[in-house]
Write a protein that binds this ligand. Structure first.
Ligand SMILES: Nc1nc2c(c(=O)[nH]1)N[C@H]1C(S)=C(S)[C@@H](COP(=O)(O)O)O[C@H]1N2
Ligand SMILES: [Mo]
Length: 368
């Protein structure tokens, strides 16, 4: 395996990225890096690739077709000229974020042990998908909008470009973008240059990178990554048996949270300790509270929520807790606006692909 730090540097990422795979590159920042600012620095933003990064030449076009009255074919310049630039601050979160906690319950072969860093927040600039679909004349029978990328993943069986779909009502929601900029810079190759979808509030897998096709259809995408994976399977299902349409296609992100500082396993001074983290949930819900406990959840204290950068952004939080001398485990849980909270035990959530671990955040410390 190529030297992980070198590969990270070559891709303009911090040399201390936690690299799960170099080829294709899959990496998350050390958790403390996410605590630094409301927007995640480009060199710290996680990368989740299912195949090699495709070449993006000057002749790049995105096709809008399927159940539309006027199919379109547009370059990024044409998108900008016709539809203008809209900016949205959006948190992306991979469905595999925090999988490592599920892998402590039972192994999940072939899937990377993502920590809490498979998430990040950026300001994305692009055309509103709703405007593009209006120009194309979305037909009434179009129940779903499929995105297809240019990267062919060897994971797909048979191999096919990465794709996903979202329901019509989500697609017509103005905040879904066809984006060409991230934090004011042209998209970098690893993040989908020259064009990607950004679907606020949905799992990262629906924000298709290297976007080549926007396809209006009657039914959800048959793409491997919509019909076979990124589905929540029952615990006793056989992930490799490969039944199309089994389980639940993941969409909106459920309530989740984790600690960012101090680092897991730190030695700290006993007494009052400042801890920080993030909380996030998707779609029409928002985070209303985060609780922290230093006695395994018998007593909780409320964290301070920092102002959100947008309605689609994570909620960062801080809490001051009393840490007794010895080995201590802090736990945290977030609540959303539907009064849903996180389950305590990852064993309740274990599933064959290791998605959506939203069990309590846990931080182990040694205090003296
Ligand atoms: N074309 C394409 N789009 C893709 C992927 C991919 O492998 N290929 N990975 C998806 C997944 S699973 C996630 S979580 C996000 C990650 O976006 P990022 O790498 O910019 O952080 O991109 C999504 N879009
Ligand atoms: Mo993902």
């Amino acid at each position: 395996m190529a030297d992980a730090a070198q590969v990270s540097r070559r891709l303009d990422k911090r040399p201390d990225m936690v690299v799960h795979e170099t080829d294709p590159y899959n990496a998350e920042p050390p958790r403390g890096a996410l605590a630094e600012a409301p927007l995640t620095a480009l060199d710290a933003f996680y990368v989740r690739n299912h195949g090699p990064v495709p070449e993006a030449g000057a002749e790049w076009r995105v096709r809008v077709d399927g159940l539309v009255e006027r199919p379109l074919e547009l370059s990024v310049d044409e998108l900008r000229e016709r539809f203008g630039a809209r900016r949205e601050i959006v948190t992306l979160q991979c469905a595999g974020n925090r999988r490592a906690g599920l892998q402590e319950v039972r192994q999940i072969p072939g899937e990377a042990p993502w920590g809490p860093g498979a998430t990040g927040t950026a300001e994305w600039t692009g055309a509103s998908l709703a405007d593009v679909l209006a120009a194309a004349g979305l037909e009434a029978e179009a129940g779903h909008v499929e995105f297809v990328g240019a990267d062919t993943s060897p994971e797909a069986d048979p191999p096919e470009p990465f794709g996903a779909s979202i329901p019509r009502r989500k697609a017509l929601f103005g905040e879904v973008l066809l984006a060409w900029e991230m934090n004011g810079h042209p998209l970098r190759p690893a993040h989908g240059a020259p064009l990607r979808a950004i679907v606020p509030g949905y799992i990262g897998a629906r924000s298709v990178k290297w976007l080549r096709r926007v396809h209006a259809r009657a039914t959800p995408s048959e793409n491997f990554f919509q019909a076979r994976t990124y589905r929540l399977l029952p615990a006793d299902a056989d992930a490799d048996a490969g039944l199309r349409g089994e389980g639940v296609a993941l969409g909106a992100v459920g309530v989740n949270a984790d600690f960012l500082t101090p680092a897991d396993g730190s030695r700290v001074r006993a007494g009052p300790l400042e801890v920080a983290g993030y909380a996030f949930c998707g779609d029409d819900r928002h985070i209303v509270r985060v609780d922290v406990s230093s006695d395994g959840g018998r007593r909780w204290c409320q964290a301070r929520l920092l102002d959100p950068a947008s309605r689609w952004a994570w909620r960062r939080w801080r809490a001051r807790v009393e840490v007794p001398v010895g080995e201590v485990e802090l736990v945290a849980r977030a609540w959303d606006s539907a009064a849903a909270t996180q389950p305590d035990d990852p064993a309740q959530l274990w599933n064959p692909k290791g998605y959506v671990n939203n069990s309590w955040a846990r931080l182990r410390l040694t205090a003296r």
